[in-house]
Write a new protein. Structure first.
Lengths: 663, 292
């Protein structure tokens, strides 16, 4: 084996899982990160990690149901084989993390305790207090430190990834990076590069994400030729604490442990929450979705909270929009045992004890379902073929993407506690395939030096140009604020084509202005100013992908909601008329899927993304209307189920004919 | 998020009645390692719900001192902004803490005139408020702070852990390597080294590690050693860990000042861990003596 060095960019759950697994397989890993890997954004994940368990299995649960919940939750936009493989692996991932010493909460008998999360009816979620991401990350960080001690892993912390380096055939043979302390640039030759750099919440100014989640690394890969898939699908988490610098997450686990969302039925009710009697409280999620209650998927909960505040005028605070998230009915000892981490955050930053007073919360940008397009190779069962070099590979040979920065697992909406799973799973699963990819290639170390010198020269030139631009009068921090404002206004909960078109123009203008930034620091030592400005400039291609993807998707699916192109709700009261409406609804649903059940694919042409569409692999589970037991929508589900039953009765050839006729 | 326009306006109005319109900050700056430190004053607009991070964000955007001089923006470290990543430790009004959870309103209650920001003093300054904490991570390596599993293949679940054990270990496992306990410790002293001309990355790291390994390992790492010594598989390395804790820079360096536990932002029972380590060290030393 001539080539055996992998560069992993990003040290969150995905990057560390891949690093650890590669080291086990005897591969040398250079691990590059903007921050000490132990401080990566995965630490912010709170609620837990999903898998089927021995207990849920006896309640009728299975890997298949976890798969079904994930696909249905994602509104059928995911290719199904990777999701099937992930659900199948989930119990093994939790077992592994358990062995690594993660301090999962325990039942009195000593088993891993579980709680319920959104979009499922089973208690699948394993958790370590309310800091599960932190605990999982630490376990992986510890294993990587162990491998570092053994000499297989070299860490480069406080290094900024500047872009992949491609050879003349378009194969990725390493990356350029910059030391954020000394500002020195270096090429890292590698036989494969894994990008595991997370989401891009900073495009929205304030979000629940950490300050380094600029999406710049993925953007740099995109600008170098990697495709992006489904960028318009941005998860807005229903419950966050508004703040001046950040919108702090209030985990879904608060609702998983019994937390209830409500507003006073009377608008502008000025009584303190505890003085409002039960009958005068509107538990709107429970009333509208009796089956799932407060644990409807995030896109739905977010729209309902938004709607209650904006359209129904029931915000609990007249000066700012928010609703109550109430835990005060739960015994304090139980809260402290299961949720102390998030309760402390609320207490510290809001100065109010959420064990005593209901919390005031509002939605915030949280996760990007879309990201770098990656490939997969299915096996005969509809899962993934282990060891295939195609798994998690971008369209640039040798460049891989895993974790939040890929587009693979969550479709149009991610279910809570599935992100930690997808990050660790994709890192572990990709590793053997990457080893196989490297077997057939000439070692990067033996390639001509000129490839790397050329790439570095380009980066040096960019850097020097920025430092030398003293004539510009644009301030990168202020442009970032403007970008955040326009993205938040146009590309979050409710989307409208006119607004998206205007936002795209505005983002183009901002992008041109950002090219003319002049720096307040022109030195060459720990220059955070120039690092940020480069990241800012690279936010624009990502922002353009989100806006353009959203503009051209004239439908509502998961987190992408366009009222102008939404399926109407049923209005008839007479059963026969209602039935007719439901028939029409189902016809339209099928027509819409013909048109839009497709992944948005973006290619960069140097100034704008160009869109194309790719079929979604639905080989295992046919799409169905996503209702979550919404009151008033029962008849739609009834009509749909009858159609499905009829179709299953048809002999095979006729079914195909029917499918053909409807296109 | 979906910023209702009236939100900030009306809250500002309410706030302006009881809060100043400006916030003054005094920052101890340093342009690079080994260079002299100097104080600089900045003034930013007051907003409700500010923390030290949002003050520093404004300072960076202005890049102008309170007397109108253009200066390079102040450098500082931060990450999650919700006190779980450990990045943003600094000394604020004389007390080491995370700057994200340092709320401006509270700080102004204590001193309305000014907020004072200094870098940690026990780690070498890289620039301004950014320090080099690589020694902290090295100390985790020193005490083998990991569970020595066979590998990462599927081998079924881990050992059964009782609820009591979990409740004892979880607090220790929340250590975010922020360094507050080390800054506050009288026995933990700064080690500052410079790269020699022509020295390679690997050689420089090896020389630094050798120096770190002779000095006090500190409360955070002692507590991690106790965490892993109590894990059913982690304890397979208990002797190795005790060898380090009874060697140079080990537990005997602790002067029992108990500052560490007082400043820990996660309220980790560090002195309990240190006491446990002390007892274990005694047992280990006696056992070692008789096993010779």
């Amino acid at each position: 084996m001539g080539s055996n060095r992998v560069l992993v960019v990003g040290g969150g759950l995905g990057g560390l899982a891949a690093t650890m697994k590669l080291a086990e397989l005897g591969v040398n890993v250079d691990l590059l990160s903007l921050t000490p890997v132990k401080r990566s954004h995965s630490v912010c994940a709170q609620g837990g990690i999903n898998s089927v368990s021995d207990l849920t299995r006896q309640e009728g649960d299975s890997e298949w149901k976890h798969f079904d919940d994930t696909i249905y939750g994602g509104d059928f936009l995911q290719n199904q084989p990777p999701v099937k493989e992930m659900s199948d692996w989930a119990p093994k991932v939790i077992d592994l993390m358990d062995r690594l010493g993660v301090t999962f909460n325990r039942t009195p008998e000593g088993f891993i305790d579980r709680r319920r999360f959104g979009g499922t009816l089973y208690r699948r979620t394993a958790f370590a207090g309310a800091t599960t991401g932190q605990q999982l990350l630490y376990a992986l960080d510890e294993q990587v430190r162990r491998r570092e001690s053994e000499g297989l892993v070299n860490k480069y912390e406080f290094w900024d990834f500047l872009g992949p380096i491609l050879d003349d055939n378009g194969r990725c043979v390493g990356a350029a990076a910059q030391d954020m302390v000394t500002m020195q640039m270096r090429a890292f030759p590698a036989d494969a590069v894994i990008v595991a750099t997370g989401g891009n919440g900073l495009l929205y100014g304030r979000s629940t994400m950490s300050v380094f989640c600029t999406g710049s690394a993925a953007s740099r890969c995109f600008q170098a030729g990697a495709k992006i898939g489904n960028p318009e699908f941005i998860q807005v988490h229903p419950t966050a604490i508004p703040g001046a610098d950040k919108l702090r997450l209030m985990s879904e686990s608060a609702r998983g442990e019994g937390g209830r969302v409500w507003v006073p039925r009377k608008p502008n009710d000025s009584r303190s929450p505890k003085a409002i009697p039960e009958t005068e409280r509107y538990y709107f999620l429970e009333e509208r979705f009796p089956k799932y209650g407060n644990l409807v998927p995030r896109d739905i909960a977010t729209r309902e909270i938004f709607n209650i505040c904006v359209n129904e005028g029931l915000s609990i605070d007249p000066t700012r929009m928010c609703v109550y998230l109430d835990l005060t009915h739960i015994p304090k000892a139980e809260l402290d045992r299961k949720l102390s981490g998030i309760l402390e955050i609320y207490e510290k930053f809001q100065g109010v004890d959420p064990r005593e007073e209901p919390m005031k919360i509002f939605p915030a940008v949280h996760y990007s379902m879309g990201g770098l397009w990656v490939d997969y190779e299915a096996n005969a069962n509809g899962g993934l073929l282990p060891g295939s070099p195609r798994n998690q590979s971008t369209n640039v040979p040798g460049l891989y993407a895993i974790g939040e920065c890929d587009y693979q697992y969550h479709g149009a909406n991610r279910l809570g506690a599935n992100s930690l799973l997808s990050c660790i799973f994709s890192g572990l699963f990709a590793a053997p395939g990457i080893v196989n990819w490297m077997k057939g290639n000439k070692a990067a170390a033996d390639l001509p030096k000129s490839i790397y010198e050329k790439a570095l020269a380009t980066q040096e030139a960019r850097h020097k140009k920025l430092l030398a631009n003293s004539s510009g009068d644009e301030n990168p921090y202020l442009i970032h604020q403007e970008l955040g404002d326009v993205m938040t206004r146009s590309a979050t909960v409710v989307r409208d084509n006119k607004q998206l078109t205007e936002a795209y123009d505005k983002v183009c203008q901002l992008s041109e202005r950002a090219a003319k930034c002049s720096l307040s620091d022109t030195g060459n030592w720990t220059n955070q100013n120039v690092i940020f400005t480069k990241a800012l400039q690279d936010m624009f291609p990502s922002a353009k992908c989100i806006l353009k993807g959203a503009l051209h998707r004239d439908e509502s699916r998961g987190a992408h909601y366009k009222p102008a192109f939404s399926m109407p709700s049923l209005s008839a009261t007479d059963p026969a008329a209602k039935r007719k409406e439901a028939e029409r609804w189902c016809d339209e649903f099928e027509l819409n899927n013909e048109k839009f059940l497709k992944s948005t694919i973006c290619d960069w042409n140097g100034s704008d993304p160009e869109l194309s569409y790719e079929e979604v692999d639905t080989r295992l589970l046919p799409p169905r209307p996503r209702m979550y037991g919404l009151v008033g929508a029962e008849v739609i589900e009834q009509v749909w189920n009858e159609r499905k039953a009829n179709r299953e009765k048809q002999p095979e050839p006729l079914k195909k004919q029917l499918a053909g006729a409807s296109t | 998020m979906i910023a209702p326009r009236n939100e900030e306006a009306s809250r500002n109005e309410e706030a302006s009645q009881r809060r100043p319109s400006k916030v003054n900050v005094r920052i101890l700056r340093q342009d690079g390692p080994g260079l002299p430190a100097y104080w600089e004053r900045h003034q930013v607009d007051y907003e409700p719900d500010m923390n030290v991070i949002s003050v520093l964000q404004k300072v960076a955007a202005q890049a102008t001192t309170s007397d109108g001089q253009r200066v390079p923006p102040v450098a500082w470290d931060c990450g999650c902004l919700e006190e779980v990543c450990g990045s943003c430790t600094m000394v604020i009004n004389g007390r080491v803490r995370q700057s994200c959870s340092a709320l401006v309103d509270r700080l102004l209650e204590a001193d309305a005139n000014e907020i004072e920001l200094r870098p940690m003093s026990k780690f070498p300054v890289r620039r301004d408020l950014v320090v080099d904490r690589s020694r902290l991570f090295r100390s985790l390596q020193r005490v083998d702070a990991w569970v020595p599993v066979d590998g990462y293949y599927d081998m079924g679940p881990g050992p059964r852990i009782s609820r009591e054990e979990q409740e004892q270990n979880y607090p220790l496992s929340q250590c975010m390597s922020c360094g507050c306990c080390l800054e506050a410790c009288p026995q933990y002293n700064k080690i500052e080294m410079q790269r020699e001309p022509g020295e390679s990355d690997a050689d420089y790291t090896a020389r630094k590690n050798a120096a770190f390994d002779q000095e006090f390992v500190g409360a955070a790492a002692i507590s991690q050693a106790m965490l892993f010594n109590s894990h059913p598989v982690g304890k397979n390395l208990a002797n190795e860990r005790m060898e380090v804790l009874t060697g140079p820079g080990g537990i005997q360096e602790c002067g029992n000042a108990q500052n560490c536990v007082a400043v820990c932002p996660k309220e980790i029972p560090l002195t309990t861990s240190i006491a446990r380590a002390g007892r274990a060290a005694t047992v280990y030393s006696i056992k070692k003596f008789f096993d010779r």
